[in-house]
Ligand binder design. Structure first.
Ligand SMILES: Cc1cc2nc3c(=O)[nH]c(=O)nc-3n(C[C@H](O)[C@H](O)[C@H](O)COP(=O)(O)OP(=O)(O)OC[C@H]3O[C@@H](n4cnc5c(N)ncnc54)[C@H](O)[C@@H]3O)c2cc1C
Length: 444
């Protein structure tokens, strides 16, 4: 049996690994870019290669950690103490342990108790269905009060979603509370995060290698242009000027691509009542001789900076990984119609550098070794009110065509642990379908 996976991001490649490890099907992963990995891919920064966008593993990412173990990379995971900071009124505050949390100067004792209550309530509830009926702002203010919202939650939401945070439901922050604050309730009550030696390149190299060993393959530089029903059974996929027949196809790329390339009888997305909106991200990356920030994540409670957070990757990752150079990411999350998309890399660099100097007045441009601007158009599906009612189903009306992408994360945040969880849930029924089709073929 031949299976095509459209999209060689982490979803497509974890799925390919799962299929080849548990069935006799052969898989072809078709990826448009020159490198595997999609949003989790890597980039050559001159003297070293590291993630194109910042990625860290948290202690609650148990499915991802198990998966890395299964592909033989468990001993490559490096846990480090990580620091989270807040910037408000020209001051930096660390909130990286339960103790620092208690000292957080922007809130008085009563507001801190309300904040603790919100986190406790969030981490103990599993009823995400009722949370998707209320806006995130309303839920947080109801539980923790306006001051806690303004001083603590708003900067965090801003760092993740920019101005668009007002549109999402309480599910968004609930998933965040579950992932990050639960991670801190370990014995040490101090924040820890991890990376894999060599970054995500190590993971994608290993997945490629395993795919080849299983007689399957990953095609790069291959943009899927059309997916249609084959009248004699199965599905046709057209890419690079050729059309190939597959018994089954799993689509893992964003929904706007599906709308473009899929024939209506396979999946008529235009019938869905509300289209799903994605946020994109533009990121300035500075490679410097000196560190810029001691924090892994800095949340900014100040609307004067052109970016929505600062990620000090070198505060987490050992310097030998990055040729003794420091790598810092300055992301801004924006909607598809944001003005920034039309700016050139030079304009973005100039604007963001003003923000860097505003936050860090001692920053010296002479310390910059190189700067890079990366753009990702479809990053974060907007979990608006009643989001679960508008997401596309994994099983489509056609028995051989499936959709498996991050837009289907109704009660998880968009991260790579959720990617593995989503694939594993899918595999429970898909594996049976593949095996029963293979059995039928043998009998037939
Ligand atoms: C700035 C940023 C920071 C992040 N930080 C973290 C983090 O710290 N921890 C974490 O766990 N996660 C993080 N993530 C999220 C993580 O990157 C995603 O969860 C993950 O990469 C989603 O993988 P995917 O395969 O579902 O989607 P994608 O990576 O979007 O993969 C889809 C693939 O489809 C391909 N494609 C599109 N159209 C076509 C076509 N026509 N033909 C063929 N191929 C096509 C694309 O090129 C892409 O490779 C971050 C993401 C961003 C952008």
């Amino acid at each position: 049996m031949k299976i095509a996976i459209v999209g060689g991001g982490l979803m497509g490649l974890v799925l390919a690994q799962r299929i080849t490890a548990s069935t006799k099907a052969t898989v072809k992963v078709i990826e448009q870019d020159a490198l595997p990995g999609g949003l989790s891919t890597y980039h050559n920064y001159g003297d070293f290669t590291w993630d194109k966008y910042y990625h860290a593993i948290t202690p609650t990412d148990t499915d991802l950690i198990d998966f890395l173990g299964e592909i033989g990379l468990g001993d490559q995971i490096q846990w480090r103490r990580s620091l989270t900071g807040f910037y408000e009124n020209k001051k930096f505050h660390s909130v990286s342990s339960s103790f620092e949390f208690l000292l957080f100067p922007l809130l008085g004792p009563i507001d801190k108790m309300r904040l603790a209550y919100t986190i406790l309530k969030g981490s103990r509830t599993d009823d995400w269905k009722s949370l998707e009926k209320i806006h995130v702002t309303d839920w947080l203010i109801k539980l923790g009060g306006k001051k806690t919202y303004d001083k603590f939650w708003a900067p965090m939401l801003h760092a993740k979603l920019g101005e668009n945070h007002k549109k999402v439901s309480a599910v968004f922050i609930w998933t965040y509370i579950k992932r990050l604050f639960k991670a801190r309730s370990s014995a040490a009550k101090k924040e820890h995060m991890a990376y894999v030696n060599g970054g995500y390149k190590t993971i994608f190299d290993r997945l490629d290698e395993k795919l080849k060993q299983a007689g399957s393959n990953l095609l790069l530089n291959s943009q899927v242009e059309n997916i249609s029903v084959n009248p004699e059974g199965g599905i046709n996929v057209s890419y690079n000027g050729t059309t190939e027949h597959f018994d089954k196809v799993v689509f893992t790329s964003p929904l706007n691509v599906m709308e473009k390339v899929t024939s209506p009888e396979l999946y008529d997305i235009s019938k869905s009542s509300k289209p799903i909106d994605y946020l994109g991200a533009i990121c300035l990356i500075l490679i410097t001789k000196k560190p810029i920030t001691p924090f892994y994540v800095l949340n900014i409670g100040d609307n004067d900076t052109p970016f929505t957070g600062v990620i000090g990757m070198s505060s987490l990752v050992d310097l030998e990984e990055t040729a003794n150079q420091h790598i810092t990411y300055f992301p801004k999350y924006i909607s598809h119609d944001g003005e920034l998309w039309s700016k050139t890399d030079e304009e973005i660099t100039a604007t963001f550098l003003e923000g860097v100097k505003y936050l860090y007045p001692d920053f010296d441009e002479a310390d910059i070794i190189s700067s890079h601007v990366h753009r990702a158009f479809k990053v974060q599906p907007m979990q608006v009110l009643n989001y679960s009612e508008i997401v596309p189903k994994v099983k489509t009306p056609h028995p051989d065509f499936y959709v498996l992408n991050t837009s289907q994360f109704v009660s998880e945040s968009v991260n790579n642990n959720s990617v593995v969880t989503h694939v594993d849930k899918f595999m429970k029924s898909f594996e049976k379908e593949i095996k029963s089709s293979l059995d039928k073929n043998v009998v037939g």
